[in-house]
Design a protein around this ligand. Sequence first.
Ligand code: URP
Ligand code: ZN
Ligand code: ZN
Length: 491
Amino acid sequence: MKTLIKNGRIVTAVDDYYADILIEDEKISVIGTSLTMEADKIIDAKGKLVIPGGIDAHTHLDMPFGGTTSADDFETGTRAAAHGGTTTIIDFAIQNKGQAIVEALDIWHKKAAGKTAIDYGFHMIVTDFTDDHIPEMKQMIDREGVTSFKLFMAYPGVLLADDATIFRAMSVAGARGGLICMHAENGVVINEIVRNALAKGYTAPKYHALTRPTKAEAEGVYRSIALSEMAESPVYIVHLSCYDALKKVKEARDEGVPVFAETCPQYLFLDYSYYEKEGFEGAKYVMTPALREKWNQEELWTGLRMNDLQTVSTDHCPFCFKDQKHLGKDDFSKIPNGGPGVENRMSLVYNGGVVQGRINLNRFVEITSTSAAKIFGLFPRKGTIAPGSDADIVIFDADKKMTISAAHHHMNVDYNCYEGMEVQGVPETVLSRGKVVIENGKYTGKAGDGQFLKRSTVNLGPTKAQEDGKFSIVNREPREARRLSEIKLHV
Ligand code: URP
Ligand code: ZN
Ligand code: ZN
C-alpha cells in the first residue's frame, strides 16, 4: 500500500518546510518536493500542518483504582486518543503488592491485545521491589520492552513505596538504562492532613486540594532527585503541577542532574477555582496532584518554553461523574482520583501554546511527541517525520476552531474537564503506521490496528548544564554519588 501526502507544511521538532511524503506500507519512504510516484491513496494537505503523531506518555486505561475502574478501556481510550491526534500512548501496568512483575505485565497485555486503535507501550508501576524482583526488572528492560517504571511517594497503603524501595529500584534501573518515573508527593503527610480535615467534618471536593499543599509535591520532587543522584539514575517526574515543584527540577537541571519532567493540560488550563463550583461539581476535578492556584500556569509554560519541562502528557484517568465520582459524595477522600483528557491534549497545547504565543511550532511538536519518544526509547521510530520512521502523521488544521464538549467527544466518560473551551487547531486526518485511522474527523480504523511497542532503553538528551559543557551524565565531578557507587549492592 502506497500513500502520498501532498502539499503540506511539514513541521518536526527541528524542521519547518513544504514537501510531499511517500508512505510505503507502515513507514515513511521518501520526502521531497513535487513527488510524482503512483500511490493507492493521495491526501492533499494544502494549507495544513503535517506533524508527527502525538505521544501521550501517561494514560491509565482499564485501571482498577479508588474502588472502581477507569472508564475508558484500551478500545475506547485509544480511539479517543486517535481523534485527538495522538498515535502512541504509554499506559501503566500495575504490579500489586506481593505480585510478580512479569505476571502484572501479562495481565495488562491481555487487557490491551487486539483492542487498540493506535500503538501502545507500557510503563510498569512497581509497588514491591525486593532483591527477588531485581531479575524481573532486568527482564522487563532487556526482553519485554518495558523500560520505565513508576513508583509512588503518594497513596500510603495502596501504591506508596518507601525510600529504600525507591532507591533500590532506581539503582537497578539506572544501571540497566531504565528510567524511574516518580509520583512525587509526600503522601504520608498528606494523609495526616486529610485525617485532620475529615475529623473536622470537611468533606466537600475542594478539600482534596486544600489537603495537598504544593510543598508536599516540592518535597517529593526534591527527595526523588536526591535519591536518584545517590542511585546514579536519571529520574522523570510525572504530572508536575506547580511552581514550587518546578523550582526543584530547574535547580537540579541547572546543576546538570539528569532529571526530566512532564506537566499535563489540567495544570496548564484549569485551576483551584474549579473545586469551588456549585454542589458536587468540583469532584470532576479531583485528581492528583490537585489543581493549583492559577498563577502557577504561566510558570509551567515558562518551564515548557525553557526545557525545564520536556513533555505534556495527560494522566488520562477518567471516572464518570454520575456513577463513579459520586463514590465520594460524603467524603472527598473517597472520590476516585483522576480525570479525562487524552482526546484534547494536542488541540489544547496548540491553542494555549502556539496560538497564544507562548511556544513556537517546533516546540509544540517537541513537547507533544518528540521528547517523549526520546525519553521513553521510541525515537526515531516515533516522534518525527523522516525516511524510515513509522508513518504516524497528523494532518493538522491550524486555523480550524472547535468548542470542546462531552456532547461530541469520544472518551467514554460523561463529562469533559474543558467543557465549553474554544480551541484553535484541530487534527483533521490521522495516520497510524501508514493507515488512515481518522479521516476528516471520522474514525476509519478498527480495534486491533494498534501494536504493542517494545521500547528501547532511554535516550536522554542533555540537560541545560550539559549543553553548556559543564557536565556530562557519566562524568560529573565532584560527585558523592560516584564514590557511593563502589558499595552499591543492587546492580
Ligand atoms: O489522579 C490521578 N492522577 N490518578 C491517576 C493515578 C496517578 O497518580 O497518576
Ligand atoms: Zn501519579
Ligand atoms: Zn497517572
